[in-house]
Design a protein around this ligand. Sequence first.
Ligand code: CTP
Length: 397
Amino acid sequence: MISNKNIILGVCGSIAAYKSAILVRVLIKAGANVKVILTPEACNFITPLTLATLSKNPVYTQYFEPETGVWSNHVELGLWADYMIIAPASANTIGKMANGLCDNLLTAVYLSAKCPVYFAPAMDLDMWKHESTQNNIQQLQNFGNTIINPNNGELASGLYGAGRMAEPEQIVVFINHHIQESLPLFGKKILITAGPTYEAIDPVRFIGNHSSGKMGFAIASEMVKLGAEVTLISGPTSEQTTKNIKRIDVVSAAEMLSLCNQYFEQSDIIIMSAAVADYTPIEVAEQKIKKKQEDFSIALKKTVDILANLGQKKKDHQLLIGFALETDNEEANAIEKLNRKNLDLIVLNSLNDEGAGFKKETNKITIFNKDLLKHSFETKSKTEVAKDICNEILKLV
Ligand code: CTP
């Protein structure tokens, strides 16, 4: 969830500041871009050099460098951040944050930031228990900030109880879960088909098509970003799956049908973007067919229309989305398929549009919903098209 995200880590004056070095490492390992701001007191516990080296970014400690007069722009820093984490958050800084005080760079950036803010308190047992601390923490939560609760354990004072800052790994796991839970498709299971199918003629030959699978793979990536649990059933393709997608490779239409049937019932949203073969050889030759005859024909039978088949079984809570690739009478054909296959949405692309079609990096789509409301989009990259399709689906969730 935090991969490629910009994170400001604010570190306050607390013995737990030593853990911020490990926290930076864990965040960087998770793929985040990290900038660290230390309060003046934090510099007594950990050096800026340590955190600058680990974060691969300059560390900010004050509004301006006294020697050079270089100004650290708190508004820019606040706007740069996708997330702000204050760990350790001392009782003093929590109090300032709760009351709008900004006598150092960290608290000024906090006031300027528009992103979600997490804070991991660290303090002695009695400071933690004090009514004023608890009131301030409540106030921060009222502002929409999220607390990462301290652990119980031995404290620097020698006392035992609540107040130990959560461990760096715990903090990152907590934030990952928290972000995921707030995504619009959290808890939704999505089934996507992509790519072509290959129908074997003999051990070396097959009937296939030009589908690259790019569109389905792009939709799968977008769905993961929206928090969904994605299963991608893909025909033969050279496309690579991004993280957190359960990918199952198949070859033939029959295999794709069998896996779709297996995953259908547990799926909330089903998106069939695969270019499934409509016909398959009645018999597959066991040995390679020799070129003895002048003319040669192969007897074919229809494959099962997976989409239509799932449309018949669809329950009220499920959304079924199909594709239509057309060369003529595009809109009429798409609407006919939407109705016949009992779909919630159909995504039409026409081979007559320049930016649409097989193996291209772009696509041009029109989406119809059940009420036949039409939404046409410009030619866009397949990633952008995937976002448009996901947005249309989100309207129905
Ligand atoms: N589809 C499917 N199983 C098939 C054939 C198609 O699930 N055996 C799905 C595709 O994944 C797509 C939609 O049906 O979502 C439309 O496929 P398309 O080939 O355009 O339509 P068909 O219904 O096969 O009609 P035709 O080939 O006659 O245009």
